[in-house]
Ligand binder design. Structure first.
Ligand SMILES: [Zn+2]
Length: 61
């Protein structure tokens, strides 16, 4: 899986895209942050939150 920008996606980046993008597009952290108008740091925090919630779309990196 690769992002629109050509970057190879990590498992967690794909997971975030599935959580936040209704159109099924998969984006890297950088592009997703731009799309959602949030910081990449905030998205990393969300990954931690989803991990703690036991969401299977995310793995500990
Ligand atoms: Zn990208």
């Amino acid at each position: 899986m690769t992002c629109l920008c050509g970057k190879e996606l990590t498992y967690n980046e794909a997971g975030l895209s599935k959580k936040f993008l209704a159109d099924g597009q998969l984006l890297c952290l950088h592009c997703l942050a731009k799309r959602l108008d949030v910081t990449e740091e905030r998205l990393k925090e969300k990954i931690e939150e989803f991990l703690r919630a036991g969401c299977k779309l995310f793995v500990k990196e």
